[in-house]
Design a protein around this ligand. Structure first.
Ligand code: BES
Ligand code: MN
Ligand code: ZN
Length: 500
């Protein structure tokens, strides 16, 4: 799909997209088009009694008289004061979704912001482009048949704007982020026989083309570092565990402390000897969604040459049952020196993160460390599939993450931490156990991670088990399964607070 920005024009072929704001008020470009069509557009709106210009509503007019376009889509934009970048993204995405496979090769947006909106023309255009592109994603490489049923037929999307230079200036950084979301989605969608730890590490290595420094540690090196917790998880797998370290040094001050992201990369989670039932195992190829988000974020920072020092560390393992596998009752020693009684091998993500967190903090002394993980089923009981769970020892970092998430349409919700929860992981024989009781499973997991947060270190944990992939209802900007959740939030967090 080819995206371009051009002067706002009604003289276009293909599908012409126009905006109508709340109460059916036509925006200037829509007014003009209606005039050219001899009032046909207003007649069409009047004939659809339910159309009132609310967001999400569409009236489609085929072969409109007086216009070159093969069809006009009149899309609702709602109230001007509520219309923002996210609204523009969802609007463009809904148009792409509607025309995805119907054979329309060209879409031209000729959208004016509704009256009262704060969005400038350049930002409006760039956000329309972002929404259109995010929704154009497809994961089709494993289809050899019936491709036309799934493959997008849209070839070009032209964004008409009253500020072409401004839009063209804003777009490259945004496109870098979209491409990085696509990278994360692809990693999540890949089947686990293809994307095992070493293959994931290979794909991360390819990012060195963008200027990232990528280092891969194998099992021997991790053993030397004392990572008994992470290695315990991969012990039952035929595939070698890997720790990938990605660095981007873009800060003006070369020795500025980096921001750090740590991701859970369980390429497949069978549960290990605490084996999951078959139905719960389906989808566990996506248990590396945290690592995918970190990898995507690092790609985005490099691709848009962010003025920040950043490090991304992902722990890549496969959790499998086998004669060599870790047993429930085993005690492992983590890199931090703390011992862990493993009572359930399916609570493996925290074991991987423990060592990845220790390594990251000791090696890089970061400004903050944020970990992302598809950590607990319980977070879906608490928050469903809309918000990610946020846990943190730092109010400023929490606020910044919450704001960033809200700005890009990836909301997060903070949950508590506290001694009463920490008690739940006391072990009879080791420093801690890896599970608690039946309640507050997501908080217990976060308490476990907090035991690996070093003194004075600002830390946040995002439990993304409910948002990393989607089976049922699709998010407006995300077709298919892997969402790529987190790339936009983390990129925005950095852009808004840590680039100087
Ligand atoms: N990867 C799972 C969490 C998960 C479940 C993610 C469903 C996405 C969808 C994690 O490793 C896990 O198995 N957690 C257990 C923890 C329990 C054994 C304490 C869980 O949530 O059941
Ligand atoms: Mn598990
Ligand atoms: Zn898991």
């Amino acid at each position: 799909m080819q995206l371009s920005f051009a002067a706002l024009s009604l003289n276009v072929a293909g599908a012409l997209v126009l905006g109508v704001q709340a109460d059916g008020v036509f925006t200037p470009s829509a007014m003009e088009a209606d005039k050219a069509a001899g009032g046909a557009l207003k007649r069409a709106v009047a004939a659809s009694s339910k159309f009132s210009g609310k967001t999400g509503q569409v009236v489609e007019v085929l072969a409109p008289p007086g216009l070159k376009a093969s069809r006009v889509l009149l899309v609702g934009m709602g109230k001007g004061e509520d219309f923002n970048g996210g609204s523009a993204e969802r609007l463009a995405a809904s148009v792409v979704a509607r025309l995805y496979t119907n054979g329309t090769p060209a879409i031209a947006f000729a959208i004016d912001a509704p009256k009262g909106a704060k969005l400038k023309p350049a930002a409006l255009a760039a956000h329309l482009a972002m929404g259109a592109k995010l929704r154009s994603y497809g994961f089709t490489q494993y289809r050899t048949k019936a491709r036309d049923e799934y493959e997008m037929t849209i070839k070009t999307v032209a964004i008409g704007t009253r500020d072409v230079p401004g839009a063209k200036k804003a777009w490259p950084a945004m496109e870098a982020v979209v491409d990085s979301v696509f990278l994360a989605r692809g990693l999540i969608n890949e089947p686990p026989n293809v994307l095992y730890p070493a293959e994931f590490a290979n794909r991360a290595k390819q990012l060195s083309k963008l200027g990232l420094k990528v280092e891969v540690l194998g099992e021997a090196q991790m053993k030397k570092l004392g990572m008994g917790s992470l290695l315990g998880v991969g012990q039952g797998s035929e595939r070698e565990s890997q720790l990938v370290v990605m660095r981007w040094n873009g800060a003006r001050k070369k020795d500025e402390a980096p921001v750090a992201f740590v991701g859970k990369g369980v390429c497949f989670d069978s549960g290990g000897l605490s084996l999951k039932p078959g139905a719960s195992m389906m989808g566990m190829k996506g248990d590396m969604g945290g690592a995918a988000a970190v990898t995507g974020t690092m790609r985005a920072l490099a691709a848009r040459k962010a003025k920040v020092n950043a490090v991304g560390v992902i722990g890549l393992v496969e959790n499998m049952p086998d004669g060599k596998a870790m047993r429930p009752d085993d005690v492992v020693t983590s890199m931090s020196g703390q011992t862990i009684e493993v009572l359930n091998t399916d609570a493996e993500g925290r074991l991987v993160l423990a060592d990845a967190l220790t390594y990251t903090q000791r090696k890089f002394k970061p400004k903050f460390v944020i970990d992302l993980a598809t950590l607990t089923g319980a977070i879906m009981i608490a928050l469903g599939n809309d918000h990610a769970g946020l846990f943190s020892n730092n109010d400023q970092l929490s606020t910044r993450l919450t704001d960033a998430g809200k700005a890009v349409g990836e909301p997060v919700w903070r949950l508590p931490l506290g001694d009463a929860y920490d008690k739940l992981i006391k072990s009879k024989i080791a420093d801690m156990k890896n599970i608690g009781g039946p309640y507050a499973g997501s908080i217990v997991a976060a308490q476990f991670l907090q035991r690996f947060v070093e003194k004075g270190q600002a830390w946040a944990h995002l439990d993304i088990a409910g948002v990393a992939w989607q089976d049922g209802e699709q998010k407006p900007l995300s077709p298919g399964w892997g969402v790529g959740w987190g790339v936009r939030t983390l990129d925005r967090l950095v852009a808004d607070n840590y680039e100087k």
